[in-house]
Design a protein around this ligand. Structure first.
Ligand code: BF8
Ligand code: SF4
Length: 631
């Protein structure tokens, strides 16, 4: 039986980091902790969002004696423009990732490197999108679906197709508020256009465009990315795996896959299973090939293959500091350029693969769909050849790791709920047992905990404190991204972690046979959470905004996170943030993101840096929603 004593505490994780920092010192390597010291205190103007460099008359900064930029833009306009640009960049990242995946689907064939693994999901999507399926070859259908998907980025008219999946009440809100997302590229370009010198200075208009641009990510790019990834590599199923630095193996060739787009990592994982390569590793004195993941790529390959997870964002340097990594293969997003010089302090080969993320000092192998598998095999061989270059003097693999159960997309959640009742009413399945548990108060509600870590707060600590407190208070958690990895490292994705829960949540976990935190995937898979919440709202007969379900990003850092926060708020779900968005220099912007959006979408941000205070406000928020529903 698991108790608080069996989970890995933040202090234990920090003890591992301290030992690895010593190695960094020994090899004269710099880490983010050093650079963070050099960067603090941060520039106040940047922090408050009131520095504008959108034209070369500037940069202009708002101060007590200069309340306007040269063009006359005030703090509200400048902070609002900066905020919208952040959302546009975040939307671009998720959506361009989705576009890349659509191109992979377009290049699938029976003989090629990439295949259709979930044919039923492809057929369902083809039917949803009006692509003919009857009597057609699966690859012909796949190519047509890819073309329709690609049109979602640039179609001249109409709105994102997936918004039809939202509850009717939500669609009505979007329509009435005029924030229905159009083509994804159009929303991004409109945002950049609005924020160009001499355009929108009205912060509310900028915030509204932020909501619409966010929606084009959540119900557009991200949802497309998730769907197509499932079609290509299989819809995830529940799997057992492990997480934290202890998943690196002393006597094996360690290869780390890091980033977000699984097209690359899937090939690396598959190639590492090729018998000749495993045998080749043995001829070089290793016991085998050990693939482990970092960041969202870790979530992707863990959910589909059970590949073990080495850690999250601020752990990426620690992984190299073990001296045990023969190769790190990265694709896109959240990759420190610092990995290149750091890898040079060890024998590690640092391989970049995408024209989107070119990093000086890396080995660049541009991944192509038609040669992907051969390229992956070549990289594995290079990693194996590198095993003999490992320096035993620099080797330190912390033993820390925990068991984890991962892989709960909506399909798996419904399957588990179906297992306890025969409430399966239609092909969509039903969340009614979950609705009943919330109505009865056995579960008080649910929280999606998502996002990164950030040196502005003690890494992983806020996630951990908030998770423990929610579980204790009978609140079910779904998690993605680096937040899911905190739960993994701590041991909270283990079914045994139910003993940390209140009596109600524990009963639900036992009955449904689930851990109290459900791992739903990478950050792009927050689209799965949108469908989960919307499915619950549908089965309850209410709008999302009435549900005692909220989102929380206690340690977020990326532009993607701001885009996500905007589609979650637009979807009627409150977002609790542990890091302030950079708009503090504008009272109007602060009011708009915390209160103003409530008049538009029914939801907004609640911001508090202190995890204890933040979790208290989450619990209060959940109880207030329950009271309003009369439950
Ligand atoms: O997309 S949680 S640090 S890895 S941005 Fe990045 Fe943040 Fe991690 Fe995944 Ni998401
Ligand atoms: Fe300054 Fe206005 Fe130019 Fe911004 S757009 S840099 S505020 S003059």
């Amino acid at each position: 039986m698991k108790t608080l004593d069996d989970i890995t505490t933040i202090e234990q994780m920090e003890a591992d980091t301290a030992k690895l920092k010593q190695i960094a010192c020994d090899v004269c390597a710099e880490t983010w902790e050093d650079r963070n010291k050099n960067q603090t205190p941060h520039c106040k103007f940047g922090e408050d969002g009131i520095c504008c460099k959108n034209c070369s008359m500037g940069p202009c900064r708002i101060t007590a004696k200069a309340s306007r930029g040269i063009c006359g833009a005030d703090a509200h306009a400048i902070a609002g423009r900066n905020y919208l640009r952040t959302i546009a960049a975040g939307t671009s990242s998720h959506s361009d990732h989705a576009r890349e995946i659509l191109h992979v689907l377009r290049n699938t064939s029976a003989e090629g490197s990439y295949h259709v693994r979930d044919e039923q999901k492809l057929i369902n999507l083809a039917q949803e999108w009006g692509v003919a399926t009857e009597g057609r070859d699966i690859y012909d259908i796949a190519h047509d679906v890819a073309d329709v998907g690609l049109m979602e980025f640039g179609k001249p008219e109409g709105f994102q197709r997936f918004i039809k999946r939202a509850p009717p009440e939500r669609q009505k809100v979007w329509h009435e508020q005029d924030i229905e997302p159009r083509a994804i590229d159009r929303e991004v370009v409109t945002s950049l256009h609005m924020t160009h010198m001499g355009n929108t200075a009205d912060p509310e208009a900028l915030v509204r465009q932020g909501l619409r641009t966010g929606l084009s990510n959540g119900w557009g790019g991200s949802m497309i990315g998730t769907e197509i990834t499932d079609i290509l590599f299989g819809t995830p199923t529940v799997r057992t795996t492990e997480g934290n630095l202890g998943v690196l193996e002393k006597e094996m060739v360690n290869i780390v896959v890091h980033g977000h787009d699984p097209a690359f990592s899937e090939m690396v994982v598959t190639a590492a299973e090729v018998k000749e390569l495993v045998d080749y590793a043995k001829t070089k004195g290793a016991k085998g090939i050990n693939i482990v993941g970092l960041c969202c790529t870790a979530n992707e390959v863990a959910m589909r293959h059970g590949v073990r997870m080495a850690g999250n964002f601020l752990q990426q340097e620690n992984v190299l500091l073990t001296g045990a990594v023969e190769m790190m293969c990265v694709d896109v997003q959240c990759i420190f350029p610092a990995l290149a010089p750091l890898s040079e302090c060890f024998h590690t080969k640092f391989v970049t693969s995408s024209p989107i993320a070119r990093i000086p000092g890396s080995i660049y192998v541009e991944f192509k769909t038609d040669t992907a598998f051969e390229q992956a095999k070549g990289l594995i061989k290079l990693a194996i050849d590198n095993y003999q270059n490992r320096d035993a003097q620099k080797l330190f693999i912390p033993a820390t790791k925990q068991n984890a159960i991962v892989g709960y997309p909506c399909e798996q959640i419904i399957k588990h709920l179906d297992g306890v009742t025969n409430s399966h009413v239609d092909e969509l399945g039903s969340y009614r047992p979950a609705v009943d548990a919330i109505k009865a108060g056995v579960l008080r509600g649910a929280v999606g905990i998502v996002g990164c870590n950030n040196p502005r707060v003690r890494p992983d600590y806020s996630h951990f404190e908030i998770m423990k407190e929610l579980l204790r208070n009978d609140v079910l958690i779904v998690a993605t991204g680096c937040a899911a990895q905190v739960a993994t490292k701590a041991g909270l994705l283990d079914k045994e972690a139910k003993y940390l829960c209140g009596a109600g949540l524990r009963r639900v976990c036992e009955l449904v046979n689930i851990p109290p935190i459900l791992h739903m995937g990478a950050c792009i898979d927050i689209s799965r959470i949108l469908l989960l919440v919307s499915g619950i709202a549908r089965d309850w007969g209410v709008d999302n905004t009435q549900l005692p379900i909220v989102g929380c990003a206690p340690e977020w850092m990326s532009e993607k996170a701001v885009s996500i926060a905007n589609y979650v708020v637009s979807s009627g779900i409150d977002v609790y943030l542990g890091i302030e968005p950079q708009v503090k220099g504008s009272s109007q912007m602060m009011e708009l993101i915390t209160e103003g959006t409530r008049k538009i979408t029914g939801a907004g941000y609640i911001i508090n840096k202190d995890p204890q205070d933040l979790v208290k406000s989450i619990l209060d928020g959940i109880e207030a929603k329950r009271a309003a529903l009369g439950i």
